[in-house]
Design a protein around this ligand. Structure first.
Ligand code: BTN
Length: 334
């Protein structure tokens, strides 16, 4: 269920305000053919949605920070520009519970379904965590792909999705300081900047649908409350530039398409060199929390299937397929 949509007039108001200049109620009213009072009411609604508009007495309305709205046409144009090869259906929504859930509930079609939202009201992270998704700041994008074959071959998929996200970020801001924390958190100097949530739905015909949801912190500044207890960063914090999420979303999807195609052809082993260059945990003393308990030891990287190798203090190597990995606060665990 889509919770709320911007009305055409609200979208137009925001398009006028995109230039970050002040616009009076009279001016906006004249441009859009409505009264000053109508403009005031729409602005009030926009503010309740969390859109940072200030009203300066006698002067008008102004956005407190740069806001470029998601735009279906722009994303489509950019997907074509970057040669997205598959047939797709794009669902750009204002507000949704979760873009992953939207695609889970959407009846399957013959194309890749892509859902991008301005905000998520119940954005989900791994291990049942929340994914804070404030309006208009970041990328909340899910895509649904069909997969034919043995599901065991999907081991390593999370890592490949992270590598695709990393390639996207590095194209914007080339830096070796971006790392991936196994299996799918992107970090910048010990702060999380991107996460992905992959859900696999097995179909009765033996095929599967794979939903890949990516949350990338783009324009959030230090005032945003993205995660209370965990350090986070955003492209804006790193580069002090605001980004057009339409361009970035398209770039991300194009990288994803290419990485998935390669993964389908070769499996994870072909990505090993790339993985090693950005492995955040390698050589560090870590803890991995799993349903059956916690394993601590030194991260020895991943194997050919993307499974994590952890050597405990007794010298035994554990091969871990899933879990929540973090740097250990103490090194004496056994
Ligand atoms: C994590 O790091 O725990 C995963 C975060 C995944 C967040 C994205 S935002 C788009 C998609 N929709 C969701 O509800 N979650 C994913």
């Amino acid at each position: 269920m889509i919770l709320k949509e911007l009305s055409p007039i609200q979208k137009k108001i925001l398009q006028y305000l995109e230039d970050n200049a002040r616009h009076s109620g009279n001016e906006l009213g004249q441009q859009l053919g409505v009264s000053r009072t109508a403009i005031w009411k729409h602005i009030k609604q926009l503010k309740t949605m969390g859109i940072p508009i200030t009203q300066i007495p006698q002067q008008g309305y102004q956005l407190k920070q740069q806001l470029i709205l998601l735009n279906e046409e722009k994303i489509t144009q950019q997907l074509e520009h970057h040669h997205f090869g598959k047939k797709y259906t794009l669902h750009v929504v204002t507000s949704i519970h979760s873009t992953n859930r939207y695609l889970k509930e959407l009846p399957p079609g013959n194309t890749i379904d892509i859902c991008c939202a301005e905000e998520q009201t119940a954005g989900r992270g791994r291990f049942g965590r929340n994914w804070q998704s404030p309006f208009g700041e970041n990328i909340y994008c899910s895509s649904r792909w069909s997969f034919h074959g043995d599901l065991n071959k999907l081991s390593g998929l999370s890592l490949v999705v992270s590598l695709a996200a990393l390639a996207t970020i590095k194209q914007i801001h080339p830096s070796d300081e971006f790392k991936i924390k196994w299996p799918n958190d992107l970090y910048w100097q010990d702060k999380k900047i991107c996460g992905s949530l992959i859900e696999i739905i097995a179909e009765s015909n033996g095929n599967a649908l794979i939903i890949i949801g990516i949350g990338l912190n783009v324009n959030s500044d230090h005032n945003a409350k993205l995660a209370e207890d965990r350090p986070w960063s955003s492209l804006y914090q790193i580069t002090k530039c605001h980004y057009d999420r339409n361009e970035l979303t398209a770039l991300l999807l194009c990288h994803l398409e290419r990485y998935l195609a390669r993964f389908n052809d070769t499996g994870f082993s072909a990505f090993m060199t790339e993985w090693k260059q950005s492995d955040y945990l390698f050589g560090k003393y870590i803890e991995v929390n799993q349903a059956l308990g916690c394993i601590s030891g030194t991260s020895m990287g991943v194997n050919d299937e993307g499974l994590l190798k952890v050597e405990d203090p007794s010298g035994m190597t554990h091969i871990i397929s899933s879990g929540d990995a973090s740097l250990s606060v103490c090194s004496e665990h056994f």
